[in-house]
Write a protein that binds this ligand. Sequence first.
Ligand code: BG6
Length: 463
Amino acid sequence: MSTIFPEHFLWGGAVAANQVEGAYLTDGKGLSTSDLQPQGVFGPVVERHAGDSGIKDVAIDFYHRYPEDIKLFAEMGFRCLRTSIAWTRIFPQGDEGQPNEAGLAFYDRLFDEMARYHITPLITLSHYEMPYGLVKNHGGWGSRDTIDYFERYARTVFQRYRHKVKHWLTFNEINMSLHAPFTGVGLPEGSSRQAIYQAIHHQLVASARAVKACHEIIPDGRIGNMLLGGLLYPLSCKPEDMLETLQQNREWLFFGDVQARGAYPAYMARFFTDQNIQVTITPQDRTDLRETVDFISFSYYMTGCVTTDQALNNQARGNILNMVPNPHLASSDWGWQIDPVGLRLLMNELYDRYRKPLFIVENGLGARDKVEADGSINDDYRIRYLNDHLVQVGEAIKDGVEVLGYTCWGPIDLVSASKAEFSKRYGFIYVDRDDQGNGTLERRRKKSFHWYAGVVKSNGATL
Ligand code: BG6
């Protein structure tokens, strides 16, 4: 069978510690910002008390069941698994002098298990969580000290896993801080743009320092950034709409520009002046930022439209980036617009802009699944969604884009990030749990499980 996917293409799936592991206080783990948002990224921040519970506290109990899950991933032929390290397992409060050995030992066991099946780990240092101790006692990423605490954490895990993990990512969807400041940078909702951009600056410096540390400690490793690929189209060809679209796309591309090109892009000077934002950037920060990522990774779920028509803008705001819906596209049950061609456009845009290899580290369909009387789950809608997107990945490869791999989001059902729902399922593997936390946690193969196994086995020829 002929295929245009490269021979060593890293097919796999992606999860995140706080959405699968559970065991939120086990083996010395500290509370993370995610633990304080039991209703998800867009839910309230609540203090935790002994005896209370949230759906993420157990999640899918990956902390204890990972051998069974990795075996199932291996059965699908996974060559790669993306997950994150929970920073709070390693430094429970964030500012300790010494790491927590029990937390380090857990990830040793996890990476060893992946190695048994020749599954390459792709590890995110911070996926939508940080130690709550750093928020409470230091002001989160608002404080410059957090850069040092993060660097200590990054160096600790690079040193510990340097022989086991060669592929790393710094911050998950780093541009989300603009929309969810508590999750992204540990600042309260409603913080000023000034405070958010200063915190983002600290995080960008920390990201660059982690890249440097990775290059020093793991010379044969590769480290990338991670962007929420929120490509926006103009709703009309009115020049004003085109200009507004350029500016709104720059809001998220800015992060990639700094991380891949090593300096603030020229357009940010005007943006900061217009918005009356003053970011303190030291000469040492500018030097640190010059250490650029080796590859660009991103998530892709949808596109949206931009208009200067305020009436339309006020009407139709629903999804995570407050985009105006595209009249030519259908939407998922959660209102996320489905646009496979957008993925090809995005890949071309990012590759043209950065000339660095890409890694698609999230893509998928959150949907309600039905277990039939005979126990089967016939998720043809998920197969269709993923197939259509992967066909476009193939087209982008034909366009000349260099792609390292594809890890679809949530190969096993997990707790959703936005609202901490369980009914929004992404998996090839069904997990018996509902929004109230009821269920046996038993795993079950869906129809898409067999479909994806075929795709991986044929290196994309069956698409
Ligand atoms: C990305 C995140 O925003 O999208 C994931 O990196 C998240 O953590 C995924 O789960 C899908 O979003 P949701 O809200 O459907 O889980």
